[in-house]
Write a protein of this length. Structure first.
Lengths: 344, 344, 344, 344
């Protein structure tokens, strides 16, 4: 922590800052310059931060230096982590494709989508039984009935299930049916939900809030980690900007930035970031080229009648193209390709 | 709804769009121009929207015309609403000041802050017992103990209590102690929480999500209204932009824009938008001058030791200045001043 | 300047940073903590900054402390400045209204708009002869012919003229006809233009870039000031955000923030920020309530046929309402009202 | 163009809209629905747009359908263009690497950087003689002296030169020395400059404004094209968002979106978007994987003493890694590799 004193700060004001820092067990180092005084603080940063020194007379600014996410930080855990989901690894040695319908609508549609996912090379099935929708008049998902459909389709296809949970009260029932719990972009700072999935004993996929900074995202992951669950996969899904040509702006730089700051795996969602079917393959390639550990992609047997996000779902020849992209980038990026093993 | 066909769309493609619209009970009006065809749709817009016509061959774009928020819209309810909180009105004929500490810390601090709030002219007390914090290592609030302190301070001062609820499971206990339930910026799209407060039978203050559009905000209010609760007050609290000189950017235009679109009262939070004590009074004045129906302001007896958001809390002479601003703008904007009556 | 070393920095790496700082004439103060070392630098900051210390081994981060705008900063010039435009003051003791048509179209339209401006209480006339337009197919202004019309209307009405200049090569001809040169939002970082208007010997209105930070805005003003011209008025005209309900988002907090950082006057443009006629009055009031030193407003005798920005131009009864707002806020904010004197 | 009437519009108001549209030579198609009337307009859209119909009584909204960029649009020019710069093609069949120092500082530094550029596989040399800098106290470039250095280095290395021009008055002298004129992000809407480079008879690289929409960017290109110059290369260089972990946010989706809308080549600047040396290679790969036609990258022999943007310059082993990325992606994306031919 660094405390910048104003240019008119008196020696007594400087001394008072030092006194308060030391009273909280911190160490204060005073740098006196021609124009102003800077005080470096080390030690009990959280306790010193709670002093609210910025409000003291003579203080111009207070800056934090340390990150607040210790458990998910790479500082104390330099090796990048692998998270296993129903036996499928997500991490630095592989490229993992998760695919499926945005929403579970019927058993037939879900099974058809799961088969499409396999064609595309997916080793995990996505599908929403609980859908957080901006409008209360939009389709909200099938709930428990949807979870059962997903479990049936897993039995049929062998694909472990990734599905969203939108409320702390639903965590138990979702954890019972799913292999990985997804926390969506609108819930990234639903702290009760984060704690509940942290307690659930299942791997978690944490999507970035649509206007969250990378720091806030990692702090949200820290909420889960604090409950003893480090099986967290981060998912970059586009952020909100002024540009309206795409649904969101894929922040592809977030992939290497997060991998530098945290040991957790990072995947990319090319479907929700672009919001357009014709952008899914280019954004998939871009995400993998930036170093992503995997992708999560919408597929649907009949996009034109999909109850949710049809305009971005892949279908038909797209699947082969996606499969080829995953294969090529597994090789280019020096990663083996999980689905071959599984399929083999 | 308007469907814009691409310039190469064939007559058969146009006919297919019309067929699907009519099959869902909608009416389609085809406008043939030199360069392209435009189809206007009226009728069952939600059902037609679910057709996902944008995915059909020949369709270039689909645009929605009607809003999705019927209950909170001003279209069907032209008179602006008044919401009563423990007997205190918030609406077009008054300027209501809500003030108190960001977080409830101790009985003494809360009572002192409530007395400061009265000095500033407040008729409602704010104070957080449950605090959603970005970092899991920050102070998270006193919980039920904090609710009891608020109830005691209400008994002592006569000020009805506005307090935040951060999880659906806490709605009952908060509703038992508080006069108004606040949904915070991070929970604006926590739909289970919106439905729960909609069921609770208490007035609700809905803060704007820090990156929510005005349309998304009104759709979030619609979630509450759908449960039969129209006692909703909207609170503009600043949005996230690229500017870092202030904590958030107060979108002061949102006040008249929302009042044009919705019958619900709108208040402004000058404390969380600016994030700086020296901006609270200017932003309070700006909000009232734009037509806000009230303010919600942080006050604290000892900002330098506050456990939450100390740098923005008012103290001392600020209170008198705030009180004067509320009085002057009540007169300038042609509104009487609630607290005078109450104080009288 | 503050240099934060990484946690693994060696003593030799720290010593090297100190050596380089001192070789450039700076002073380095080393703070050794348990976890890391922080080095405070004072002295020749610009020269030290050019060392690019962030690239040295062991350095984690480099932070600047001082602002780069010395001439427009309030640090060395605590009294707020008054800028005179053709005898009309803009500054802390008055509220100055500038009004007129977005674009000069004909002598009749310009004269009619100038008379409307007087009705609204304006003491300065705005009007564009050179229009920077996003599309090359949109009306680009009358050029020199437009300047002549403005000069004629000034002779007729007595209102000094504020008009935009969009290219360095036009500065001389515009300065010959106008009383104040306006630099528009798209040219805020057109540095040649800034220098040219700095040399022109006329007051300058500098609009904020639509995505400029406040710091960049003040640095742009510093370009003008460096040429010896301190007659600069800053104009907040809305910033670009994700919100689409308004043309731009009026950053009303920029008014007090800039007044805290700089001695220059600050005015608000409620027409271009909202982009909607019905928002002009509420945003005018909000700007004045936040402490703005004036307003610049579009008026047009026939908004429905305006060649530029018709949807936001005031007309008819709006003018009286604007005049009333200016009068009321001159009184509320403790400022006298220039136009009364002029009119008297 | 689509005109949405308000729900209370009278038949006379609808008729008046139709009359005005037809008086301007447009065709109006009236769609009458249960709730409201929608009018589709085709024909002379620009003239109809100038009517400002949004201001008429009964009109709720006016929406544009056609793009305003005819010359750079792909609608009338489906084949993607190739732009030749000093004999080096930029277009759909190649990946072209442009590299060099951010700023020309000395002949030695420029020559050293050019040799580094060749090692990295570059076939074009970048380097700034005129630098637009946010602060007036920062290094502003060597001007004509810098242009001469670039020309000398071209003679020595055979690399054609790409350099920025920041003012219309400098276009002639820059065009005399350079092979391609660069318009920087701060000048994307400096319309006089766009017209001047359009007249200069040299290829132009147009960087995206840091807060420009894709539509505004293409309209800026249209300004150049209107002067008869279609040798334009677009450069995505990151946009301004709320995220501060990177200097800008690379909008990688802009590559396929622009290629869909326009026939012009699109390249990516991984140096200025990320602003960090460690992000240059990942963002280069991401840009190429999204389909970019080339890259423009900062290299510098001594980043730690660079006068401009040192923290993002590549050096040493980075160059080989970049060269390998270009080679691999040329193959993966089915493009041959220009520099091999040149080097061969």
């Amino acid at each position: 922590m660094v405390i910048v004193m104003s240019s008119e700060a008196t020696p007594a004001q400087v001394a008072e800052v030092v006194r308060r820092v030391e009273a909280e067990g911190g160490q204060a180092f005073v740098s006196r310059g021609v124009a102003r005084v800077i005080i470096g603080v080390v030690g009990e940063v959280e306790r010193v931060a709670s002093l609210n020194l910025a409000a003291l007379p003579g203080v111009a600014r207070v800056k934090r230096v340390n990150s607040g996410y210790m458990l998910v930080s790479r500082e104390n855990h330099t090796a990048r982590s692998v998270v296993e989901v129903g036996g499928v690894p997500i991490g630095p040695d592989s490229i993992t494709l998760i695919a499926g319908p945005c929403a579970v609508e019927t058993p037939e549609q879900t099974l058809a989508a799961a088969r499409m996912a396999r064609v595309a090379g997916a080793t995990l099935l996505r599908g929403g039984a609980y859908k957080p929708r901006t409008s209360p008049y939009a389709f909200q998902g099938l709930g428990v009935e949807g979870l059962r459909i997903l479990a049936d389709v897993r039995a049929e296809t062998g694909l472990p299930v990734v599905t969203e949970v939108v409320a702390a009260r639903d965590v138990d029932v979702v954890a019972e049916h799913a292999d990985m719990l997804q926390v969506g972009t609108r819930n990234m700072q639903n702290f009760q939900l984060l704690q509940a999935v942290g307690d659930a004993g299942k791997p978690v996929m944490l999507k970035r809030g649509m206007t969250a900074t990378i720091e806030e995202w990692l702090l949200a992951a820290e909420y889960i980690a604090q409950r003893g669950n480090l099986d967290i996969v981060l998912c970059e899904r586009g952020i909100r900007t002024y540009e309206t040509a795409t649904r969101n702006t894929l922040d592809v730089a977030a992939v290497p930035v997060v991998q530098h700051l945290s040991h957790l795996p990072v995947i990319v969602d090319p479907s929700h970031s672009g919001g357009r079917r014709d952008l899914v393959i280019p954004l998939s390639r871009a995400g993998l080229a930036a170093g992503a550990d995997g992708l999560i992609v919408d597929v649907h047997p009949h996009p034109e009648t999909a109850l949710c996000d049809g305009p971005q779902a892949l279908v038909g020849a797209d699947l082969v193209e996606l499969s080829r992209a995953v294969a090529v980038f597994s090789s280019v990026m020096g990663r083996d390709q999980r689905f071959e093993r599984l399929a083999g």
